[in-house]
Design a protein around this ligand. Structure first.
Ligand code: BG6
Length: 485
């Protein structure tokens, strides 16, 4: 795979924190062609002497277990070039193109790690200087708009220059190892599929909990909120993978067609349903990890009041035969007590218990843990060993921890997998525009309902499990959230 990677926003946060470390790890794993070059483009870039140490410094600060192999690092940094250029100017890009990117036989990957407001002028400039070729791929990531209309505007601009097959829309959750393993678990084992429906599953819970607040990016976050920042993309993608029908193969369109069908089946909610089935929250001051933290509107750079939610809980329904009557509870929030992401499949109780009330009351759960400590756990009821005539039962856990099962293997970071897929031209784990549109459609109607119903976020103490209404959302149906253990 002879290719070049051009990163616009090449000295920005995402590039330094995620992209260069991911590319280094790909180099370490022997996944990069000898001739592959990486160009970091930034308006104030161009100074190689300061750029390379900066990349190293960020690597050491942000990558856990960041032991660097010096030989690989030397090879990797020889691939890296910083370029000072105005990405929106064809004159500036023209110079760069003729100096570094003149060989048209090499694939070109253009990563737009910039605000979407400049996607269009960058693409125009790329076209003007002849860098939009059949072997060019363009990588973009959220926020792709803040509603259906603005997404369409951004997308139309991209697709007026690039064909759909050239556009790689990243949702980094799809690059997480456990998320891909969900496909393997569901479709490479005969065990689960017969049970994977409303006959056996009582409810599904998807939680993405964070301990961080909106600190450092308050302005951006306040314009988005948890619904647009997390639900529209990450949580709905997880829901799709958990709920979709088996695709006929792993090709990009086969998988994406099935995800799209799920999004189309998401039940649109009317006003009353939005009131009953959604909860918005905003964190006040409190303590996380034993340290006091300020409330959302006391963060630095914050406005004194805000109507933006930092927590959302939703009871979603999927209107199809497989899932009719099975609630999908979605929950995400900042400043919660623990950082973890998981999908919990809660099976129904046995139809009749022969054990009386002793030790029952707990059904089987399948827990797919995305982070931390990736793995799969199955809770099953077991007899407590002993001579007791009443056969007391206790829930035990069958635990498949990735780090134990695959001890000698490092779990790659999401961006490693995704960048490697762009390099090898495999869009299966990227989001097609019709999926993004459909996700916006569902999210937009809920947000419009919040507006109509004048639903302001409920306060919750930082370090708590979110507003009490979130507990009520599942408790009123005799259920409870699966909390981290
Ligand atoms: C990003 C959101 O997409 O995902 C952030 O914009 C959030 O607000 C982040 O913190 C969470 O990602 P991860 O991989 O740390 O769970």
């Amino acid at each position: 795979m002879t290719c070049d990677i051009l990163i616009f926003g090449g000295e920005g946060d995402l590039a330094l924190r995620k992209l260069y470390p991911a590319l280094y790890h790909l180099d370490l794993a022997g996944c990069l062609d000898e001739s592959l070059k990486i160009y970091g483009v930034a308006r104030n870039g161009g100074d190689q002497e300061t750029f390379v140490p900066r990349v190293r410094d960020w690597f050491e600060r942000t990558v856990s277990n960041s032991k660097i192999d010096e030989d690989v690092w030397t090879r990797f940094t020889a691939r890296l070039t910083t370029i000072g250029a105005d990405a929106t100017s064809s004159e500036s890009l023209g110079k760069m193109a003729s100096e570094y990117l003149a060989d048209e036989s090499r694939d070109l990957i253009v990563y737009l790690s910039t605000p979407p407001t400049i996607f269009s002028p960058i693409c125009q400039a790329l076209k003007a200087v002849g860098l939009v070729r059949p072997n060019t791929r363009i990588v973009v990531e959220k926020p792709l708009g803040d509603n259906l209309e603005s997404f369409r505007e951004i997308n139309e601009k991209l697709t007026s220059i690039f064909e759909e097959y050239q556009v790689y829309r990243i949702d980094h959750y799809l690059g997480k190892e456990t998320v891909q393993n969900l496909l393997a678990m569901r479709f490479a084992n005969a065990l689960f599929e017969p049970l994977w429906n409303n006959n056996y599953i009582d409810n599904v819970q998807i939680t993405v909990a964070e301990t961080v607040g909106a600190e450092g990016r308050w302005d951006f976050y306040d314009g988005a909120g948890a619904m647009r920042d997390m639900v529209q993309n990450h949580l709905l993608q997880l829901l799709c993978l958990a709920a979709m029908e088996p695709p006929s193969n792993l090709s990009a369109d086969a998988v994406r067609d099935e995800k799209l069908k799920v999004l189309r089946c998401l039940h649109p909610m009317d006003n009353a349903e939005i009131k009953a089935n959604t909860v918005r929250g905003q964190y006040g001051s409190g303590a996380v990890d034993g340290k006091p933290v300020v409330g959302y509107c006391e963060e630095s750079g914050a406005a004194p009041t805000s109507n933006t939610e930092t927590f959302v809980a939703i009871k979603a329904s999927i209107d199809n035969w497989r899932w009719a009557g099975v609630p999908f509870y979605l929950r995400t929030g900042k400043r919660l007590p623990k950082r973890y992401s998981e999908i919990v499949i809660q099976f129904k109780d046995v139809p009749h218990s022969i054990f009386g009330n002793v030790g029952t009351g707990s059904s089987n759960d399948l827990i797919i843990r995305l982070q931390p400590d990736e793995g799969i756990r199955l809770h099953v009821m077991n007899k407590v060993p002993g001579l007791d005539v009443s056969m007391p039962l206790q829930e035990v856990t069958l635990n498949l921890s990735f780090s134990q099962a695959f001890e000698s293997r490092r779990v790659p970071e999401a961006y490693e997998r995704l960048l490697f897929d762009v390099i090898r031209n495999n869009p299966t784990l990227f989001v097609r525009s019709d999926e993004v549109e459909q996700a916006w459609r569902w999210v937009d109607q809920i947000r419009a309902g919040w507006e109509r119903n004048n639903m302001r976020p409920e306060f919750y103490t930082a370090g708590s499990q979110g507003p009490s209404q979130s507990i009520g959302l599942v408790a009123r149906e005799g259920r409870s959230w699966h909390e981290f253990r």
